[in-house]
Design a protein around this ligand. Structure first.
Ligand code: FAD
Length: 452
């Protein structure tokens, strides 16, 4: 399979079932509602335009609308994106990697925020998001794995994290379906899960109820006012080409959509997942360094309730690749995930399915008896430091909410809170400050250039 180094004309992630028709938008200036409350293909104006209606764009729009801002989302398939594939682990501790201690603080804050967030969202949407306090178990299958897991445990302890070392038989007492060869493991009771498909569906409903307008079309160009790329002078949408250095009076002013709608917005949030770096019209200096990291995932069906199969998330490193099994209350068992740098390719490959099943089988031999009900692939929005980009850029009026990589479901609540703070004129919360959108060099150069 050849890597795709150009993005598809439509986002590649699986489309979610189309949500119910949107509630009437609340335009900040020019009325945008057509018959039946749907946005017209005419100019529309809002306080906030969110480009991308994946889990991150949706939570941003919901929190902005809850604070009284007239908000719109542009996305051909809101509620789709990587969350349709994601496992939904809320794995602040089990996903800890060496060198990612700063991200750990944000992940822990997100995990702590989750119960209240799930309750708020359930109340706002009338829908459950499958938040489940299940805990996790990271196991070792051979002596090398065991030594590495012991080291990881020592690292976790140095950071004050709660994780308990168990011998092989103790692991199997907790999860009797585990392979007899399991040599030991780390029990992490604070890492939970949610169902990302339920989460996005609830966010779409909550947005609709809060009055967010949905424009079901691709954004093809950022509108920039006050400089050479000013809204009035921007030509037809083209490929993302080099944008000239921004003049001091330039600011983001909304976006042009593929259906011809020109949206004006006081503040624009770029939340387009792995495609966030590709929107035309975004000056190079503030363009987010986001790349797609493909993940293939399988969905199996566990036996009916009454036949316990797996009660918590179980994971291991097998032949150097990480494999995890996430059991849902619904009976779904998610097996993931590959990690592949192949551009915007989302093909499910025989090799990917084979490797996941082979590794999962080493962990839980009984798994190969289960029905395989779905395979899929999604794109994690990766950044150079594996951490998200949050808040204002050096281009006034343009914010980022992207780059959540393998933790976007976990980070949904804190991202909503952080973006709501900046969109209402406040600062990034302390815990989010290390992930400011301005932290990469290009943006700093832009800032220096603008003030030189
Ligand atoms: C296999 C896999 C497993 C994962 N497991 C977990 C997990 O267990 N726990 C966890 O926390 N996270 C997990 N993640 C990560 C998580 O899914 C992502 O971080 C998260 O979904 C990113 O959300 P997003 O909204 O930023 O981007 P996306 O989900 O990619 O959504 C982007 C949206 O933007 C839209 N869009 C793109 N371009 C445009 C445009 N020009 N105009 C308008 N709309 C546009 C797309 O249609 C899409 O709806 C996993 C990801 C994968 C792939």
């Amino acid at each position: 399979m050849q890597p795709r180094d150009t993005p598809p004309t439509q986002p590649p992630t699986p489309a979610a079932p189309p949500p119910a028709p949107p509630a009437a938008p609340q335009p900040a200036a020019a009325p945008a509602a057509g018959p039946a409350g749907a946005p017209r293909k005419a100019d529309a104006a809002y306080d906030v335009l969110v480009v991308g209606g994946g889990v991150i764009g949706l939570v941003t729009a919901w929190q902005a609308a809850r604070r009284g801002l007239a908000t719109a989302v542009a996305d051909p398939a809101p509620g789709g994106g990587a969350a349709q594939v994601a496992a939904g682990m809320l794995a602040a501790v089990t996903e800890l990697h060496y060198g990612e201690e700063a991200l750990l603080a944000l992940n822990l804050a997100a995990a702590e925020r989750y119960p209240a967030f799930a309750a708020e969202l359930a109340e706002a949407s009338g829908q459950d998001i499958g938040y489940r306090r299940c805990g996790a178990l990271s196991v070792a299958l051979d002596a090398d794995d065991r030594a590495q897991l012991r080291e990881l445990h020592a690292f976790q302890q140095r950071l004050g994290l709660s994780a308990e070392w168990l011998g092989g038989s103790e692991c199997r007492r907790l999860e009797p379906m585990l392979a007899p060869g399991v040599r030991g493991g780390l029990r992490i009771d604070g890492d939970h899960q949610t169902d990302p498909r339920l989460l996005t569906a609830a966010l779409v409903t909550a947005c609709e109820r809060a009055g967010v307008a949905f424009h079901r079309s691709l954004a093809v160009r950022l509108r920039v006012a006050g400089g050479p790329g000013a809204a009035g002078s921007s030509g037809p949408a083209g490929p993302a080409g080099p944008a000239g250095p921004a003049g001091t009076d330039e600011r983001a002013a909304g976006a042009e959509l593929a259906d011809g709608t020109r949206i004006a917005a006081g503040q624009t949030v770029l939340a387009a997942g792995s495609l966030s770096g590709r929107l035309a019209g975004v000056p190079d200096a503030v363009r987010p360094p986001v790349r797609p990291v493909k993940g293939q995932v399988l969905r199996l069906r566990m036996p009916d309730a009454g036949t316990p199969f797996l009660s918590r998330t179980v994971r291991a490193v097998v032949r150097g690749s990480s494999v995890y099994l996430v059991p849902r209350e619904s009976g779904e068992l998610v097996v993931g995930a590959t990690s592949e740098e192949l551009g915007w390719d989302t093909t499910v490959t025989a090799g990917g399915v084979y490797e996941l099943l082979r590794d999962a089988h080493e962990l839980l031999p009984g798994l190969t008896e289960l029905p395989l009900v779905e395979t899929g692939a999604g794109l994690r929005p990766g950044t150079p430091d594996n951490a998200p980009l949050l808040g204002p850029t050096a281009l006034p009026g343009l914010h980022l909410a992207t780059g959540h990589y393998r933790n976007g479901v976990l980070l949904t609540p804190v991202t909503g809170d952080a973006l709501a703070a900046v969109l209402t004129g406040g600062e990034l919360p302390d815990v989010a400050r290390p992930f400011a959108a301005t932290r990469f060099g290009r943006t700093h150069q832009h800032r220096e250039g603008r003030h030189a």
